[in-house]
Design a protein around this ligand. Structure first.
Ligand SMILES: [Zn+2]
Ligand SMILES: [Zn+2]
Length: 376
């Protein structure tokens, strides 16, 4: 039987359905797994996405023709039965289930198996072939329960506030920022959001996700800023915008903060290990739950995952895609990352740095995409 989904120049392509999944070049019909910039791009004729993610797509891509599909709702297109299922990654993230001639394929997009308060939890979908991401597809990646990370974040903020110092939390504006907000203790002090984070908070609130009150820095007294936590994209680090906080402590939240080299290169006071992607046990658990005999691995640690899955009796291979790494996105760290590539003997950290440099270059190339330093 020939593959239902293949890689074309434009992106992942469903052959019988004649549509693309998260294409990286403009196409007529695109199904979008989620709104991160490397998966949801400009210029397609028609977009299909999970209904809870339509607001995100519109806020990021502007005036597009987009159809929303509720999770679990089915449509048939060119003989392919299509439905979208929660991926637990960010608001509106979906796995795409395609059924044709008794064969079932599922494309995961990005996913996370631990449930959180800001999006519908990941749902395992039975299939014959599962296309999985592998951003953290190495056995060393194991996350603490998120409540532990939130407790650590609140303790850090509380200590800074007690010492009269603002806390600057650097993280990706879409998804990570809202997840962190959902875990903060508002009794500690004011919560400020950078101008590129607040519009996304609004979309989350409109979708019914409860987030604590956030304010812009211009709305808060100087004295109160010293007790505040500020949620800002990594590109804000070192910018004139952060100078108004005077003496502050900074932190970065990402799955990559597990790596000492990554923490060092970031040059922040604290690294919080918090990822919107599955860790190694999560990837394995998700793959197993699909019951799939064939697994196709995309962006991340393709060779390691493919080797591991084959050793465990599955038929596994990789797809080369142009998806990036939403956990590493950061134009401001490009210089540091480039310098770290040769100096860093750790191959994993080096790979991280290369990815980040590439993302940063891409982000710089489309600096008109918005105020958050790109979104690769
Ligand atoms: Zn993503
Ligand atoms: Zn991705």
């Amino acid at each position: 039987m020939s593959d239902m989904v293949v890689v074309r120049r434009e992106g992942l392509y469903c052959v019988p359905g004649d549509f693309y999944i998260d294409p990286w070049r403009p196409v007529e019909r695109a199904i979008i797994t989620h709104g991160h910039g490397d998966h949801a791009r400009y210029g397609h004729g028609h977009y299909l996405a999970a209904a809870p993610g339509v607001g995100i797509l519109k806020s990021r891509l502007g005036d597009i023709t987009v159809q929303g599909l509720e999770y679990g709702e089915q449509i048939v297109h060119n003989g392919v039965r299509i439905s979208l299922h929660p991926a637990g990654h960010v608001l509106g993230s979906a796995q795409i289930r395609m059924e044709c001639g008794g064969e079932i394929w599922v494309a995961s997009g990005d996913y996370k198996v631990e449930a959180d308060a800001t999006c519908t939890p990941f749902e395992p979908v039975r299939c014959h072939t599962f296309i999985t991401e592998s951003t953290f597809g190495l056995p060393i990646y194991r996350w603490e329960p998120q409540q532990q990370v939130f407790d650590d974040m609140n303790a850090w903020w509380r200590k800074n506030a007690a010492e009269g110092r603002a806390s600057l939390m650097l993280c990706y504006s879409f998804g990570k920022a809202q997840r962190i907000l959902s875990g903060l203790d508002p009794s500690i002090g004011p919560i400020l959001a950078h101008g590129s984070v607040e519009p996304l908070n609004r979309v989350y609130r409109e979708a019914g996700v409860p987030l604590p009150m956030t304010q812009l820095v211009t709305e808060v007294d100087k004295a109160d800023i010293r007790r505040s936590i500020v949620i800002a994209p990594p590109s804000a680090a070192g910018s004139p915008w952060v100078r108004r906080f005077g003496d502050f402590s900074d932190a970065f939240a990402s799955g990559w903060m597990l790596l000492r080299g990554a923490r060092r290169r970031r040059g922040v006071d604290r690294g919080f290990v918090l990822s919107d992607h599955a860790d190694w046990p999560g990837l394995m658990q998700a793959i197993k739950a699909t019951g799939a005999q064939q697994v196709i691995v995309t962006h991340g640690s393709i060779p390691t995952m493919v080797r591991w899955l084959c050793q465990n009796g599955l038929d596994a291979k990789g797809f080369e895609t142009e998806y990036g790494d939403d956990e590493a996105q950061d134009a401001a760290a490009a210089g540091a990352a480039a310098e770290g590539v040769t100096a860093e003997p750790d191959p994993i950290a080096a790979r991280w740095a290369v990815t980040e440099a590439a993302d940063a270059a891409r982000a710089a190339g489309k600096a008109d995409a918005g105020g958050e330093g790109g979104n690769a």
